[in-house]
Design a protein around this ligand. Structure first.
Ligand SMILES: NC(=O)c1ccc[n+]([C@@H]2O[C@H](COP(=O)([O-])OP(=O)(O)OC[C@H]3O[C@@H](n4cnc5c(N)ncnc54)[C@H](OP(=O)(O)O)[C@@H]3O)[C@@H](O)[C@H]2O)c1
Length: 330
């Protein structure tokens, strides 16, 4: 077996971070009971934050980002995994302070890995990646909240709709029979949004005109929000009685304002979504859905790239320009 591997590395030079493709030695990877040859990774907003040295993600540099990896087990010290097994690793510390999926090899604790479900390829799994997992967890949270009524024939709203989490959320809600309104800042992506299942598209300004604080018309049964800030405030004013919003992101800011009115007059709920530290069982449950009843085809909303293309894609995602998903082939 080869002893060296290729990786994208972020190094802090004075006040900024520089990205380079480097060769590293497998023996220098951290301890862990699974050595995995990465076949595919994907680009998430958090990877871009780590790569650029933004606060709150990665403490020590040089570092290889990549919170997602799908690949083949090369060495295992856990009897539940054997050499040649196909696995998915997302979240926990991967790509945060543990070298991540933007390298050809990772070594991780087996408690971070799930067997790739039958019916899902490594490429399909990483086309979804953490963004897809988060969209799936959001849908699952909303469906559980609406235990007796379900999601079919609902009216839903998705923010950051052209991005990673948003685009998968639009596809999944529409597959499950919901009439989806997509909120976007990209006026030139209407065709893309309708091609992935959006029935209506609103600009961020139109959303502000449609809703009213502290409480407005009851419009949507459920919402999936990745933006936070004023957009989340507006969603909370416009849910139907019993409606809920699942929130996972902060591209529009850390904080948002609300009033007690939607919660006590309409029994609305705000459901927080974490895809990183949740149990392996919870992650497995969502991946199994994606391999069976939630199977969606992401071919037309996924751009496939190699490590060398990542620096440009990182700039695009941080600038809010992401459309669909970016799959990284190693
Ligand atoms: N909780 C978790 O476990 C978890 C997991 C995954 C992601 N996240 C978070 O979810 C967020 C989205 O992640 P992602 O990977 O989907 O990112 P992404 O691909 O960049 O998508 C975000 C989208 O939000 C919209 N947007 C960007 N900047 C905005 C702004 N200033 N105001 C309003 N809308 C803006 C854009 O879509 P439009 O142009 O269509 O509006 C953008 O494409 C990030 O904050 C990420 O950290 C959290």
């Amino acid at each position: 077996m080869t002893q060296t591997y290729k990786a994208l590395e972020s190094a802090k030079i004075e006040e900024s971070n520089q990205l380079n493709i480097v060769e590293r030695n497998i023996k220098d990877l951290p301890k862990g009971d699974l050595l995995i040859k990465v076949q595919y990774s994907s680009l998430n907003y958090k990877d871009a934050m780590s790569a650029k040295g933004m606060p709150g993600v990665t403490r020590n540099y040089p570092h290889t980002p990549g919170i997602d990896a799908a690949g083949i087990v090369k060495e295992s010290q856990d009897k539940n995994f054997r050499e040649g097994d196909s696995v998915i690793v997302t979240g926990y510390d991967l790509g945060m302070n543990t070298p991540g999926g933007f390298g050809e090899y990772i070594r991780v604790p087996s408690s971070w890995a799930i067997a790739l479900p039958k019916g899902l390829s490594a490429k399909e799994a990483m086309s979804l990646g953490t963004a897809g997992l988060t969209a799936g967890l959001s849908v699952h949270a909303l469906a559980s909240y609406r235990e007796y009524i379900g999601l079919s024939d609902t009216k839903s709203i998705v923010t950051g709709a052209t991005g990673g989490v948003g685009s998968v959320a639009v596809m999944l809600l529409s597959k499950l029979g919901s009439e989806v309104t997509a909120v976007t800042g990209k006026n030139d992506q209407l065709d893309f949004l309708s091609s992935i299942g959006a029935s209506h598209v609103l600009s961020r300004e139109e959303l502000a005109e449609t809703t009213r604080k502290p409480i407005g018309k009851s419009i949507w049964d459920v919402g999936i929000d990745v933006v936070s800030g004023d957009i989340l405030s507006l969603l909370l004013t416009s849910l139907k009685p019993g409606g809920a919003v699942a929130c996972s992101g902060l591209v529009g800011g850390h904080s948002f304002e609300s009033s007690i009115l939607p919660f006590i007059l309409r029994g609305n709920a705000l459901l927080g979504i974490d895809s990183v530290e949740i149990s392996l069982e919870a992650k497995t449950h969502i991946w199994e859905h994606f391999s069976s009843d939630w199977k969606i085809n992401l071919d037309h909303s996924t751009k496939e790239i190699v490590l060398e293309d990542l620096p440009d894609e990182i700039e695009t995602i941080l600038g809010g320009g992401q459309v669909g998903r970016v799959l990284v082939q190693l």
